[in-house]
Unconditional design. Structure first.
Length: 216
């Protein structure tokens, strides 16, 4: 774990975290991203990440604090960070690379419920700003606050990137559909019709000679 954090520290030093102003709905104050060298692959030292995304400061969805727990407080920390990263389209949060802080007012879990104070959850569903302010006023100052996510380091591995690229290629280059076989029916001659002979059915066949279709 020390080696992983040292590597990430070097990466962070080489990156300038920038304000997340480009996001239409800002989910954190600062963001940065970087590729990790694929050569050599550091198997056996720490989990290998190909692409890292740093989301730092006041994590939120729709201007609402993100609870540091999921499933009504049953799992906290890493599981909540993983869910947040997956919501953003990444594989998960890098191991132990997240931070939490006390929330101001209620915090919404990535599994939908609201934390209104430590170890207390309510199923409010959607709250508009007036309702959220009312709940915030009712819980602030008198109860132990919930914990919220404040930063995460999300990642995609080389394997996941390969899966994503394969899926995109399949969408961009769908398989060519084979042309349907055409069945033609030759009209019977007057003598065949008089004798009750069925018409000849011509079906395209792979048993072609010189480009000519044989009758089956």
């Amino acid at each position: 774990m020390t080696q992983l954090k040292s590597l990430l520290l070097l990466i962070v030093v080489s990156l300038a975290l920038r304000p997340a102003a480009s996001l239409s709905d800002t989910v954190c104050v600062n963001t940065a991203a970087t590729w990790v060298s694929d050569s050599p692959r550091l198997i056996g030292q720490f989990p290998f990440y190909n692409f890292l995304f740093f989301c730092e400061g006041e994590l939120n969805l729709g201007s609402v604090n993100v609870d540091a727990c999921v499933n009504n407080g049953l799992a906290c920390g890493q599981p909540a960070a993983d869910e947040f990263c997956q919501f953003l389209g990444f594989e998960a949060c890098a191991a132990d690379l997240y931070t939490t802080l006390p929330a101001v007012g209620p915090a919404r879990s990535m599994t939908g419920e609201w934390c209104v104070e430590e170890n207390r959850y309510e199923d409010f569903g959607y709250l508009n700003r007036t309702q959220l302010d009312a709940v915030t006023a009712s819980v602030n100052g008198t109860r132990t606050p919930c914990q919220r996510l404040d930063s995460v380091v999300c990642y995609n591995s080389r394997e996941q990137l390969a899966i994503n690229n394969h899926a995109l290629h399949a969408v961009a280059h769908p398989p060519v559909q084979a042309e349907p076989e055409v069945v033609t029916v030759a009209a019977p001659s007057p003598s065949q019709a008089a004798a009750g002979i069925s018409p000849i059915v011509e079906i395209p066949s792979s048993n072609a000679v010189g480009g000519r279709k044989l009758l089956l």
